[in-house]
Design a protein around this ligand. Structure first.
Ligand SMILES: Cc1cc2nc3c(=O)[nH]c(=O)nc-3n(C[C@H](O)[C@H](O)[C@H](O)COP(=O)(O)OP(=O)(O)OC[C@H]3O[C@@H](n4cnc5c(N)ncnc54)[C@H](O)[C@@H]3O)c2cc1C
Length: 472
């Protein structure tokens, strides 16, 4: 089983404490508590928050037993699947951390183009299983992100433009254990209010998802990419071209713009001279000719002539996308300290213009700004995801050493007033509440937030589940 993040207890000193629970129970006093606690969180800036109890479920019955136990003993529950949430929302003080990351069964119904997955299934597992059946899903760009945390919060997955912008709109149904210990099926026909809430509710959802049914799509047979490295000084010009390209490109072209440190810059180059703009387009066609056609507007644009380096129409694969994103975002092998915040916006050029000088002064060479364009998002009455905008702009503070925490937090905090004037909301899976305790609430329209609160009061009146994180 793929378990790149999250460690399993091998012994359970305290199993008797949770009636009917067959998985592992780890108390604060247990020798392995701290290593298990730390393994719940992907990156190295581990939150100083300590649950009283960590329980690692093996199946749905375990989840029901754990939720009932927590409700009876007034333990607040937080849920962990893949541990990739940057704010570490599953690590809370006190209460029970319920780890469902080990539940990773996956079945594909080829005829109905449907995947049935347990919450711990990772991006690469679903991508590979679907691909083998000639199908695809807009999976996260990192192989080890879990599909449940990703889809429940929105999910900008591969080929987002053809897949309604966010993967949550491809949740066909879910099984959810609610605070009363009941297992409920949520679909357009059954418990439609829970179905609405699970499609975008994200890291503050008031229940445990034990299974998701995800819509699959025909597999694009020929993924191609074109990449352009542009000096940061030409960012204004490049964003104007990108705006034009977004208007004319096919939905089957995924376009990103990364402001990053230039790995080829001399080690002693001043920080402000060593930044580049890396524009990447992925075409999801069915033949080499079709993908080349899809990328033709990029090849014909002025991106090429203004580039320091370009490569066009390279045959690629979904696996290649994992490695490209990963090596650009985090140096290979580096387990970094990591924080992120973002805006959803219709005015990316203005956001980037505001951020450019601040980005040049980033205290860490690993910091970057990622712009995901042409999301093709539309409001859905049957989903609480409600940050509807054409573009995502995320600022990523990534650094190595604890002594640099303050400088990097300060840098990220100072990104926020530069991005926020143009926001149409925020993406709930990639925010940081330390600078603004209301950040997570601002990820939803006021109508969606009010409805979520009403549903929380209905399904979790005693507050068994932790609310959205308000500070770190
Ligand atoms: C390297 C990296 C790459 C990423 N790439 C992408 C990307 O391409 N696109 C994108 O949109 N996002 C991406 N993300 C962000 C990712 O979508 C979020 O961090 C997401 O919250 C991770 O889900 P998880 O289950 O792995 O995390 P966890 O930390 O385990 O879960 C986060 C929260 O989600 C809720 N949750 C998770 N599972 C359940 C469940 N079964 N039942 C109830 N609640 C649950 C809980 O509140 C939990 O605290 C990336 C993150 C990283 C670190």
């Amino acid at each position: 089983m793929l378990r790149a993040q999250g460690t399993y207890a091998t012994e359970s000193n305290s199993k008797a404490q949770v009636k009917g629970f067959k998985g592992y129970v780890i108390n604060k006093q247990d020798r392995n508590y701290e290593s298990i606690r730390q393994s719940m969180h992907w990156h190295r800036s581990k939150p100083n928050r300590y649950p009283d109890l960590i329980v690692q479920a093996r199946n749905e019955q375990d989840v029901i037993a754990a939720v009932s136990h927590a409700a009876n003993h007034k333990l607040k529950i937080s849920v962990h699947s893949g541990g990739h949430n940057a704010m570490g929302s599953s690590l809370r003080n006190g209460g029970m951390l319920l780890d469902v990351g080990g539940m990773a069964n996956l079945e594909i119904d080829t005829n109905r183009q449907l995947a049935s997955i347990q919450p711990g299934v990772r991006s690469i597992q679903l991508m590979a299983a679907a691909r083998d059946k000639g199908l695809s899903f807009p999976v996260p760009h990192c192989p080890t992100v879990s599909l449940s945390g990703f889809t429940m919060g929105g999910g900008q997955g591969m080929n987002w433009g053809s897949r309604s912008g966010m993967a949550c709109f491809s949740i066909a149904a879910a099984d959810i254990v609610t605070a009363d210990g009941q297992l409920r099926h949520a679909s357009p026909d059954q418990n439609p209010d829970l179905y609405w809430a699970v499609r975008g509710g994200g890291p503050g959802f008031f229940g445990v998802v034990t299974r998701l049914w995800l819509e699959l799509y025909p597999l694009p047979r020929a993924v191609h990419t074109s990449n352009y490295i542009i000096p940061l000084d030409k960012l204004d010009e490049a964003t104007a071209i990108l705006d034009e390209l977004v208007a004319i490109k096919s939905d089957r072209v995924e376009l990103i713009n990364l402001l990053v440190h230039n790995p080829a810059a001399p080690a002693d180059a001043p920080s402000h001279d060593s930044k580049i703009c890396f524009v990447s387009a992925f075409a999801f066609g069915n033949s080499a000719e079709e993908s080349t056609d899809l990328l033709a507007p990029m090849s014909a644009s002025k991106l090429g002539p203004m580039s320091i380096h370009k490569e066009e129409n390279l045959p690629f694969s979904f696996e290649d996308i994992y490695s490209q994103y990963f090596s650009l975002q985090v140096s290979p092998g580096m387990m970094a300290r990591y924080k992120v915040d973002n805006v959803m916006t219709d005015e990316p050029a203005k956001v980037l213009r505001n951020l450019t000088n601040h980005f040049r002064k980033a205290p860490s060479p690993h910091a970057h700004v990622l712009t995901a364009m042409g999301l093709n998002l539309k409001p859905h009455d049957d989903a609480c995801f409600s940050s509807i905008a054409s573009t995502y702009v995320g600022c990523y503070a990534i650094w190595e050493h604890e002594q640099d925490d303050d400088a990097n937090y300060e840098w990220l905090g100072n990104c926020i007033p530069l991005m926020d004037p143009y926001n149409k909301g925020h993406y709930v899976n990639e925010v940081e509440p330390r600078f603004n305790p209301n950040r997570l609430r601002e990820c939803f329209s006021s109508g969606a937030w009010a409805r979520l609160e009403k549903l929380r009061a209905k399904y979790d009146p005693a507050g068994v589940f932790h609310h959205y994180l308000r500070e770190t």
